[in-house]
Design a protein around this ligand. Sequence first.
Ligand code: LLP
Length: 424
Amino acid sequence: MTKEGSNHFFFGGVDVVELVESYGTPLYVTDENKLRANFRGYKEAFETADTDIYYAVKANGNLTLLKILANEDAGADVFSAGELELAKTAGIPTEKILFNGNSKSEEDLRDAVESDVKVSVDSLDELKALSAVATEERKEVEIAIRVNPDVSPRVHPKIATGLKESKFGIPFYAVIPVCEEAKKLPNIALSGLHCHIGSQILDLSVFSEATEKMMLLVGKLHENGIELEFVDLGGGLGIGYTQEEKEIAPTPKELAEAILPVFEKKMHDFGINLKLVLEPGRSIVGATTILLSRVNAVKRAHKNFVAIDAGFNLLIRPVMYDAYHEVLVANKINERDSELYTVVGPICESGDVIAKDRMLPEVERGDLVAILDAGAYGFSMSSQYNGRPRCAEVLVCDGQVDLIRSRESIEDLIRNQKIPARFI
Ligand code: LLP
């Protein structure tokens, strides 16, 4: 978005060039209206069915964002005790929190039981350990079984999670016996089946396939006298990062059209009613946020390198998944593209490339770059590598600006380190 007569990029009604004068760079900026609209898009798409949306906290665990989503009636998919605490702190009701994960410690299980949240059980080993913890705590714990449905989501191999080779879930053929075991174990209340087949999925047919497979299991359990309360189909809906993807990226409404007919027909066939749970992360927060970064140098070498102050320490997706993020020169928004540039970060590795071979207006030291669609798996996967404190985050809404995370300091890099007395 631009304002007439201005050469500056506006986001959430705010001139981002002015924004960094107050908050510095690098800076993550989230648009509250976009966040609310994305969540409401899901609610509306699934309003005809009994559906709960458990936002995947891993995508972006900022507390203000979580509070906004809690206010919109979101539940939460959490993957650790830390994410559980974030969800609870944000006021997400515990009955709408599912504790996921393939490697939960004794403390994780205890935390889940004490917090009265549901647990998605990933192995028989975990099931037995959870039953023991719940018995000790004298509480009944509601569980779902994480199913490995062996469905190929046709995405980058690192983010495909429902293939039989994947570490997640109980193999499809073993689900029924594990459910039967769960029914026998003390203090375990089996109430759901859960799967999550992958992320950044653009081909909706794989969601229909996963729904079919999950409902096949629901039917078999029903035949065996085991009734469930919900089926959780996970997250995974892709968003448009590139221009081509933007044209084809499915909406939550299209996702509903892929899932609901299968889900509802099977419920009708079995004569049962189940709640549907979804766990979207990326499609809720991805497009809500940009990362602003200052150009420290332009170097004409083998390529035209634009060296900015944010690298894979703050946005690892391009390096880890060859992901594409659109890049704009935020202070030259109306200038014509003039040359090919490769935008690189400040990290001491050649792989630290944020955007390869992009046509941009003439770039100079001091310019401001905006990296788009950085709200999912951006800050949440950031690190302090190379001794770089994590950056600040702000929320913008119709021209209003609020700081929602302070910039870390150099002191934060040192704070928890201990030097044994013999070295002092
Ligand atoms: N539920 C479970 C159990 C998950 O493991 C995930 C993501 C989600 C829900 C949310 O999926 P989403 O709607 O965001 O696709 N770091 C990678 C993505 C990893 C996804 C991990 N699991 C990336 O930046 O592309």
